[in-house]
Ligand binder design. Sequence first.
Ligand code: BDP
Length: 323
Amino acid sequence: MNFKRTLLAAALPLTLVLANAAQALEIKFAEIHPAGYPTVVAEEQLGKTLEKASNGELTFKMFAGGVLGSEKEVIEQVQVGALQMTRVSLGIVGPVVPDVNVFNMPFVFRDQAHMRKIIDGEIGDEILDKITDSEFGLVALAWMDGGTRNLYTKKPVRKLEDLKGMKIRVQGNPLFIDTINAMGGNGIAMDTGEIFSALQTGVIDGAENNPPTLLEHNHYQSTKFYTLTEHLILPEPIVMSKITWEKLTPEQQELVKKTAKAAQAEERILWDAKSASSEAKLKAAGVEFITVDKKPFYDATASVRAKYGAPFADMIKRINAVQ
Ligand code: BDP
């Protein structure tokens, strides 16, 4: 009996090795957004392309709708290789890779078109490399477009002063808390999944995000005023675990990179369509879109750019120079 067990135990590692060599590598991809969201659709397409082009050596499974946890929890799982890929807002990368905070600064891009030019160009690649070259344990592959972020509140914000004292949810990055505070509000950090009930129960008076998130995460149910400040325009990196990356052959790595870049272009088309349809749906649901003079918001956040911008002085010049 004992002898048999020992034999079995001795045979097991070999069986595992053989099984591994023959098995395809499965890429589990986590998303906070629900099925049908532009990023999710583009990433699923990325997965299909990977499966096909790798002749099934790579397989892909999407876990959408935040089922695997908050972005922070997911990142931790990607870092240890329990998950292979995800897409995150750059906002939550900032506290861990401060070099990326240049894109997280309020009003650093003139508009969405400007941001797109930057992420498509060499500065975009440089910031991806900063993530990859850090101790973060991730390989940053491409950018998804997250549109422009605007305030949504229970009471209307028609001018800067209206924001005074309002508790506004932001992502967990001190830069964003400072940004809301500088505009006169009261920035409160919490995970995406907590916003809905925090709005319902009145723990917060509002939040800030793009139209597709306002719609798809149902935040509009308790916030009927949407003020177009465009204070943040945050691109969102697609990342792979370094542990997974190192398991890939150079050809597979090249394929993953190329396919992720293709997803960047594809998502943009989906994004524009979704933004437009979200805007229409939000308006139909009674959300008032408020156009404001952005200058007072820009001026109010000068202190934030001064506080965080110093290490990025050269890069900001280069960003500004991109037409
Ligand atoms: C959305 C981003 C998502 C963030 C969310 C947030 O796409 O990655 O988690 O904002 O603010 O726009 O939590």
